[in-house]
Design a protein around this ligand. Structure first.
Ligand SMILES: Nc1ncnc2c1ncn2[C@@H]1O[C@H](COP(=O)(O)OP(=O)(O)OP(=O)(O)O)[C@@H](O)[C@H]1O
Ligand SMILES: [Mg+2]
Length: 219
């Protein structure tokens, strides 16, 4: 479960996130929507523990995870974070990049999971290539595979399917959904596309200039 209480984060004079409060139950799925610059990425970075709030708190499964001046380290939050701009290790192959997400798994289990993901994401033929040898859309799939690989309990996806064709989008949305269901995890999904989000989430949060302007919950 995620509880966000009166959370604020500013950059200079910009209030990127301003007094935001909401709760996502365990096994919950939430889309965060809003125009460019409305604070979606800032909110994800705060949830991941990559940034500290100026005010407010975040609780994960009932435990304090962030407050001004202190945050539980990202790697101790059981999370998978897909950044808005895919960041692959340039010196590692596609397969090694995905295995990087599985560093905690035993070697055999990691190899099996890698092969499963390569297959599911139609990346098998690219496994031995380096990031400079693949297309932008392929790189996006590799970074999604790396994020989903360990089946994290808290999955934070920042516009994961932007610039992908509709057929691939549909396939990957199903894959994200199955992964979240299997890991019995919580998903926060940032997008500009409400229809796309509706395929994977139950609840919606709309941000504008750092504030929640609407919250829609499944009944
Ligand atoms: N590190 C930073 N330093 C200064 N200002 C920042 C920083 N990060 C974000 N901002 C500002 O905070 C506001 C919110 O940015 P944020 O990246 O959270 O928006 P967003 O909703 O993710 O937008 P987009 O849909 O374009 O990705 C913007 O005005 C942005 O310019
Ligand atoms: Mg953003």
């Amino acid at each position: 479960m995620i509880q966000v209480v009166e959370l604020s984060k500013g950059y200079g004079t910009v209030a990127a996130v301003a007094g935001v409060s909401f709760t996502v139950p365990a096994l919950g799925t939430l889309a965060v929507l809003g125009p460019s610059g409305s604070g979606k990425t800032t909110l994800l970075r705060l949830l991941a523990g990559l940034d500290l709030p100026d005010a407010g708190e975040i609780y994960l499964d009932g435990r304090l995870a962030s407050r001004p001046g202190w945050a539980l380290e990202p790697h101790r939050r059981g999370l998978g974070f897909l950044f808005q701009t895919p960041a692959l290790w340039p010196h590692l192959t596609v397969a090694q990049n995905i295995l990087f997400g599985l560093y905690k798994s035993p070697k055999k289990a990691a190899q099996e999971r890698l092969e499963e993901l390569l297959e599911q994401m139609s990346l098998t033929a690219l496994a031995r290539r380096y990031p400079y040898q693949i297309s932008g859309g392929e790189a996006r799939r590799v970074s999604l595979a790396r994020t989903l690989a360990p089946r994290p309990r808290l999955l934070l996806l920042d516009e994961p399917l932007i610039n992908l064709d509709p057929e691939l989008k549909h396939h990957l949305l199903q894959l994200i959904k199955t992964t979240v269901t299997k890991s019995r995890g919580t998903l926060i999904y940032v997008t500009h596309d409400r229809q796309e989000a509706a395929a994977v989430v139950e609840d919606f949060l709309f941000l504008d200039r750092g504030r929640i302007v609407q919250r829609l919950e499944a009944v």
